[in-house]
Each structure stands twice: as C-alpha cells, then as structure tokens.
Design a protein around this ligand. Structure first.
Ligand SMILES: [Zn+2]
Length: 426
C-alpha cells in the first residue's frame, strides 16, 4: 500500500506524521551509529574490490566475495543468476512490504593511471564508474538492515548485478528468472555522481536524455558533399540546443548553480543535441550516420519518420535505400509516486543541504536499471562522490575518476534508512 498525498495531509493534520518523523529520525540516528562501526571494514572491502576489478561477464571473484559476505550475514543467497549475478534475501521479523536494492559490480577497460594508492592490480582494467563503491554500499546496507532484522517488517532483496557496462546484466538476470526468485513491490538503486560527497539527487520520470543513433543508406551514385550538407541541414533543423558550443561544452555546465541540472532554470529540460555525424561508404552503399540526445520520448519516435519524409521530398529520393535506428543509452524512469515518497522520507532524516532535486535530464549517461523498472516501480538515485578540497572528482568514466570514501558511509546511512522506512511504514 502506498501513501497518497491526501493521506499525508491527513497525517500532518492529526500529528501522526510528526510522530512518524521523530521515529524516522531515531531510526536514522541508530543506523548512523551502526554504520560508523562498520565503516572501516567497508573501506577495506571497497579497496580490495578496487584492486581486483573485473570486466563485464567476468565478475567471478567479486560475486564470490559478495555471496560469501551475504551468507555470513545469515541471508538466503542465490548465485549465478544471469551470469555472475547474486541475490541475497533478508526476511524481517514481521511480514510487510518487499523492497529490492540493486548494486552493480563490473569495471571498465582503461589505461589511464589510477590516482589512488590502492591501485588496480589488473592491468588495463579499473573501477572508473564507481561500481566497487556501489557493491560496497550494497553490502553495507545488507549489514545494517540485518542488524534491524527483528524490527524489520517485510523482506529486503539485494541484487548484485554483473555486466552493467554492456547493458546486458539486468536483462540477463531477469531472463534467468530473477523475478521468479524474488517478488519485490519496489526497487531502488544508486549511481555515484559528480556532486559533493553525500549529495543525493534524483527526480521523477526520466533521469537522462534518450540517446539514439541513425543510419541512413544511399546508393553510392550520390555526390558525397551534397548529401552530407543536406543531411546535416536536416538534422540541425531539429536542434534545440540549450547553449552554443559543442556537446562537451554543454555537459560541462551540468553542475552550474544557475543553469545546471539542480537549478529550476536549468538548460537541461528540453533539448535535441546532435552528438556527431559521419559519412562513409563501402562498395555498394553510402552511409550517413548520426547520433543525438533528445529529452522527449515522443520526438525520438517521430524524428526518423520525418527525416525519411524530407529525404523522399529531396533530390536524394532515388538514391535513398533505407533508414535504421538504434537505441544506445537507456534512461531510468523513476516512478513519480515513489519518488515523492522517497523525497519526503529522506528529507525527514537527511541533511537538508545534501539533498537536491534534479530539474533536467543529463545527456551522456545511461543505465540498465530501467529494465527492472519496466517490471517493478522504483527510483534510481545519484549519490555525489567528489571532494574538491582533496582534488577528488567522481564524474563517471572520466580518466581521473575517484570517490571520497566517506561517500560509502553516507550511502549506507541514507539508503538503509530509506529501505527500513519503506518496509515498516505502511
Ligand atoms: Zn556505472
């Protein structure tokens, strides 16, 4: 059962919600203390994962560490789901709502030097997307909630997913029967973001822009220059660019207090951003490819149809062969009602300064968390990991990616509390 807005008004009027808030704050304080006690061990786990990163589909060591840890906590553990996927089931002392928490485990190929002292031992592979931290936070939440087991009214499922970077892990786990093994009512997860360590950001509906790639085929008889000019003009006709400059210039403004994504006046609300075009050919075909970011799903459906129409109305109509369309990055779509409840719940106990809603959709990000959300309503959060004073920047996939380790503590404290509230407050 979900809390409706009218119920919240009623609860405030009757004073029940403030009593509830006090209770939430007390639970949070208890969880803060318990997290402090396990923090050093969590840092040890994270450093070990960081030193031993594994690529997508190869997370054998990581998944064994996760499975052993969850078994030691006393959880029911299932392994090898959709590859190296692991599920831990924590049953509370009383019956209640069933909540899933998802963490991903895979690392990435990179030859850039590792800025930390506990460097990756696997040459050319490193956690530059923070999944070592996500895994550690997942284990931390499992530890803390195990400590509340008697008071926990419901069940918590911990999903440790392989192969997020290849966008296959969530799908593979689902295909392998994940939702036959567990039946969550709600699902949550997080990604490290570039904000200050501990900063939590999220919004209802789409978190990211939709990325699409177009490939148009022509007979090789066309004049390449003329075709390229024509196609570029057609595509530029769709541009709703929030700023002049290259797409990279635009992403650089994402944290700007005035136009960045946490400002109500953000430039990231409504845009079509061309991310490059290319003309190339083989013996029989001339190809024109383009990729773009678009915030509006309806436009992503209509754009290829409109482009085809424009080609068929141009002098290139006889040379036109076909237009193909592929989806690349997927965006999480946060359930509006659960987003609202999560925001109210987190505001009850978390530092007000460290919570900022998002007002726009980020380009260049993708997440396969959406495949769970297509089955179970849920919310995906950003958790900031940067510390400018210490020169730590946690923009995912950037060559100098690092995470302030205190982020682990904030993540466990906040989201163990949120999950506890979601299972216990009906
Ligand atoms: Zn990632």
């Amino acid at each position: 059962m979900k809390i409706k807005l009218i119920t919240i008004v009623f609860l405030i009027a009757t004073g029940i919600l403030s009593a509830q808030s006090d209770k939430s704050a007390n639970t949070y304080q208890k969880i803060v203390k318990q997290t402090d006690e396990i923090y050093d061990n969590l840092v040890k786990i994270r450093r070990d994962l960081h030193m031993n990163p594994e690529l997508s589909k190869q997370e054998k060591r990581t998944s064994k560490i996760v499975a052993d840890y969850l078994k030691d906590l006393g959880l029911e553990v299932k392994t090898n789901i959709g590859g190296h996927g692991v599920v831990g089931i924590l049953k509370g002392g009383k019956k209640g709502r069933k909540i899933a928490w998802r963490a991903d485990m895979d690392a990435i190929k990179t030859d850039d030097p590792d800025p930390v002292t506990f460097k990756s031992k696997n040459r050319g592979i490193r956690h530059i997307c923070g999944h070592d931290v996500h895994t550690t936070i997942g284990l931390g939440i499992a530890t803390i909630l195990s400590q509340q087991k008697e008071d926990l009214e419901g069940t918590v499922y911990f999903i440790f997913q392989p192969s997020e970077e290849t966008f296959t892990g969530a799908k593979d786990m689902i295909k392998d029967g994940l939702f036959d093994i567990i039946k969550p009512d709600e699902i949550y997860g997080l990604h490290i973001g570039p904000g200050t360590s501990g900063m939590i950001n999220f919004k209802a509906n789409e978190l990211f822009a939709y990325q699409r790639s177009l490939k148009v085929k022509f007979k090789p008889s066309v004049n390449d220059n003329e075709l390229e000019n024509f196609m570029n003009t057609v595509l530029k006709g769709y541009a709703r660019n929030p700023l002049k400059g290259s797409p990279w210039d635009i992403i650089n403004n994402i944290s700007d207090p005035k136009i960045g994504i946490t400002s109500k006046e953000t430039i990231y609300k409504d845009y079509f951003l061309l991310d490059g075009t290319k003309l190339y050919k083989d013996q029989d075909t001339t190809f024109f490819s383009a990729s773009f970011f678009e915030t509006n799903i309806e436009n992503t459906h209509s754009i290829p149809l409109e482009i085809k129409k424009q080609i068929l109305n141009s002098k290139f109509k006889d040379a036109f062969i076909s237009i193909g369309y592929s989806r690349a990055y997927a965006t999480p779509i946060n359930d509006p009602e659960l987003t609202n409840i999560a925001e109210q719940t987190i505001r009850n106990f978390y530092n007000e300064e460290m919570f900022k809603p998002l007002y726009g959709q980020a380009p260049y990000f993708g997440e396969d968390f959406i495949f769970y959300q297509q089955k179970v309503p849920g919310v995906f959060f950003f958790l900031g990991g940067s510390n400018t004073e210490e020169g730590i920047s946690s923009m995912p996939h950037s060559p100098n990616f690092a995470v302030d380790e205190k982020t682990i503590k904030y993540g466990v404290q906040c989201f163990a509390s949120l999950i506890f509230e979601r299972t216990n407050n009906k």
